[in-house]
Design a protein around this ligand. Structure first.
Ligand SMILES: [Zn+2]
Ligand SMILES: [Zn+2]
Length: 732
């Protein structure tokens, strides 16, 4: 970025980036009183007023008489150079237009509004004409907090009365009702409050992280620790050091459901909760977080991947927890990987990055192996807990009927746990009741009308659901193909069907099912998880939701129903994913003082990935996997980009795909190869036909520049869309 003057006088030409889909920065005149570089402004655009950011000096390549004036500067801290540079570099890397990058950085409603007000209540001057017990409790509560004000709900809850009691006191003048701005700073956190006693290797790891934060310069460290080794306690010490130095900290979590447990730990460690940024946060609260981060009124944020685009005043630390998790890759809109973007942003603002995982991604493992990242390892589990014993159950030897999936060996292991008052987890990575519904008369399989995907039966919802587009329909009575009645049958297990089997096999056990789609809200799911942790169930049936960091102290047995599931398919990361998921799930067992066992049902016990999982030889697995990828020249040892063309017209999508493949000179210049066009593995989604191409290049080649030139040769017609996915994680 070119260094610019920091301030523009009234009338000076400024370039303003807006979030509107235009491909350029527009010239305006600075408003009355001038404006700062990076200022959030409101500008006229055609007949509308839109939000923008002063991005630099105006170009002056526009009819000077027609240049309009900035309407006003918004009441928000100007965007810092560091964030503008981050948006530009991230946009360059992912080939995303700057308007879309700015949208990512301004995802809070009403940024230009004056601070909204809410009603608060404090002690008034008058005495109520008639004193009741309820009224006395309200006044006592207010006196106890001497002069502090509360919201209506807070005050009523604190006094144990209904809100109408408080309202009655307001009428009498005994309680004063006032307006107060809503965007208040977050409570200060105390970095020296409640640090836990750390064990030997935890203390050493924490010291390394603290020293990193203390250096005040960029660096990334891979914090690898087996499940239950206390990674969170260790990286919270890095957060503490960051806070001591007056800088801001960000912790990214892959799943909102994990946030509640995390908030409790932060409260215990620092005496107050951090700011939250994810889809479960209300719009008003989002705006408060966005503004307070910019003004320094929030020291610590916990959030989803989009929190990386918040306007931090002084970001000193980013922790990416469960860094291998696939949900860090945004698969719609701007296609970015939050793990890589965290490293990019930190390198621009002199912050530290901690990538935490029990089973790191191969990318991070390779970066640590090459010395690009530091590595800190926690080898022992917290307290007496040890990694569970792992065994395979050879399903070829089982003679199970076609509608059963729990082997006799697994069944008796579950019974043994129940007798001891311990918990067992049965894991299957498939939502719904059955993945396929087939007509026994004609063989027809019920598919989605809009996608080339089978509909999955969800008996809990009493519907068929397409997992690609979300389309649902009721289960038909007659076959849509041959119109035979009553011959439609469910094939294969999903988590709901496994529950049905478990209820039959273990009639006296309490069975709980954990699947993300079975809970109306994150709060309901959180309540269920807390109940299970306290022993409300004997058997837990779960999808990959349960693999992610929840703590079940009574759990001592994990049964994996289909360990082979992830090994099917052609995804280059299939082995890595299976290895990570199986190790994560197995790590659920034996986290407290009881030791655990993990049993993997498999039809291919001799498969190298299954053997690596069982032996626990992680380094061996990574080395072998890295060797294969290096040999094939694929990530992280080569570069890839996916191109997805989608159109309502299948022929036009293929015509453009073929033209791209033919006119590949910009790619050939850097030695890159194009594969395809081919129908995408799911060739139709939401009624749009999808065609994909894959570009492979050597590491260190200027892939983005070549892609831009290559794609730039074409104009998109009609409803054709072209998306470029740098470092694709999945190939659907
Ligand atoms: Zn049929
Ligand atoms: Zn569909």
């Amino acid at each position: 970025m070119v260094m610019e003057a920091g301030y523009f006088d009234e009338g000076a030409l400024v370039g303003v980036l807006t979030a509107q889909p235009l491909d350029r920065v527009l010239d305006y005149r600075a408003p009355e009183g001038g404006c700062q570089l990076g200022a959030f402004v409101e500008v006229p655009l055609g007949p509308r007023k839109v939000l923008g950011v002063v991005w630099g000096s105006g170009k002056g390549d526009w009819d000077i008489a027609k240049v309009r004036q900035v309407i006003r500067v918004l009441d928000a801290a100007p965007m810092r150079d560091e964030l503008r540079a981050f948006l530009e570099k991230a946009g360059d890397y992912t080939l995303t237009p700057m308007s879309a990058m700015l949208r990512l950085a301004t995802r809070a409603p009403g940024l230009g509004d004056p601070p909204s007000m809410r009603k608060v209540y404090r002690l008034g001057h008058a005495e109520p004409s008639r004193m009741t017990d309820a009224r006395r409790r309200v006044l006592e509560a207010l006196r106890e907090y001497g002069g502090l004000s509360f919201t209506l709900k807070e005050l009523a809850e604190m006094a144990g009365v209904t809100t109408s009691v408080v309202k009655g006191l307001v009428t009498q003048g005994a309680v004063a009702e006032e307006n107060s701005p809503r965007d208040l700073p977050f409570p200060r956190l105390d970095p020296d409050l409640g640090s836990k006693e750390l064990t030997g290797d935890q203390a050493a790891a924490a010291e390394t992280l603290r020293a990193g934060v203390g250096s005040g310069s960029y660096g990334t460290v891979l914090l690898k620790g087996v499940t239950g080794s206390g990674k969170t306690e260790v990286y919270l010490e890095a957060v503490a050091e960051c806070l001591r130095r007056g800088r801001q900290a960000l912790v990214l979590l892959p799943e909102i459901a994990l946030t509640a447990e995390f908030l409790t730990r932060v409260q215990a460690r620092f005496g107050a909760q951090p700011a939250e940024w994810h889809s479960g946060v209300t719009m008003t609260e989002r705006r408060r977080v966005w503004k307070m981060i910019g003004q320094g009124g929030a020291q610590f944020v916990v959030g989803a991947r989009s929190a990386l685009f918040l306007p931090f005043r002084d970001l000193g630390l980013v922790v990416v927890d469960e860094e291998h998790d696939t949900s860090y890759k945004q698969e719609e809109g701007v296609l970015y990987n939050a793990r890589d973007m965290a490293v990019l942003r930190a390198s621009l603002c002199g912050a530290r990055v901690v990538l935490a995982s029990a089973t790191p991604s191969l990318e991070s493992w390779a970066n640590a192996d090459a010395g690009k990242y530091d590595k800190v390892e926690l080898t022992s589990r917290y307290g007496p807990a040890v990694m569970p014993e792992m065994r395979s159950l050879d399903m070829r030897a089982e003679k199970l009927p076609s509608d059963r999936w729990i082997s006799t060996a697994l069944q008796s292991a579950v019974n043994a746990r129940i007798e001891k008052g311990e918990q067992a987890l049965l894991f299957i990575n498939r939502r719904g009741y059955a993945p396929v519904t087939i007509c026994r008369a004609c063989g027809h399989q019920i598919g989605c009308d809009h996608c080339d995907a089978r509909m999955v039966e969800h008996r809990f919802l009493k519907r068929l659901v397409c997992h690609q587009c979300g389309e649902t329909k009721p289960m038909p009575e007659i076959c849509p193909s041959c119109e035979t009645e009553g011959r439609l049958a469910a094939v294969g297990p999903g988590v709901e069907r496994l529950t049905e089997e478990a209820v039959k096999l273990f009639p006296d056990a309490r069975v709980a099912t954990l699947s993300s789609d079975m809970f109306g809200s994150a709060r309901a799911l959180k309540a269920e998880i807390e109940g299970i942790a306290q022993g409300s169930a004997d058997i837990i049936i779960g999808t990959q939701l349960v693999a992610k960091g929840h703590n079940f102290p009574l759990l001592t047995l994990v049964g994996v129903i289909d360990a082979d599931l992830g090994l099917q398919g052609s995804d280059l990361r299939a082995a890595e994913r299976t290895f990570q998921l199986m190790r994560q799930v197995a790590g659920r067992a034996g986290r407290a003082e009881k030791s655990g066992v993990a049993l993997l049902q498999t039809y291919q016990p001799e498969h190298p990935v299954i053997r690596a999982i069982l032996s626990g030889d992680e380094e061996g697995f990574w080395k072998a996997e890295a060797g294969e990828r290096r040999h094939a020249g694929v990530p992280p040892y080569g570069r890839m980009a996916g191109i997805i063309l989608s159109s309502s017209d299948v022929q036009e999508a293929f015509d453009l795909g073929n033209a791209l493949a033919r006119q590949d000179a910009p790619l050939r210049r850097i030695g890159a190869q194009v594969f395809g066009p081919a129908p995408a593995p799911i060739a139709r989604v939401r009624g749009r036909h999808r065609v994909r191409l894959l570009v492979k290049a050597d590491r260190g080649t200027p892939l983005q520049t070549a892609l831009r030139q290559w794609v730039g040769q074409f104009r998109l017609k009609g409803d054709m869309r072209l998306a470029v996915d740098i470092d694709p994680q999945s190939f659907y």
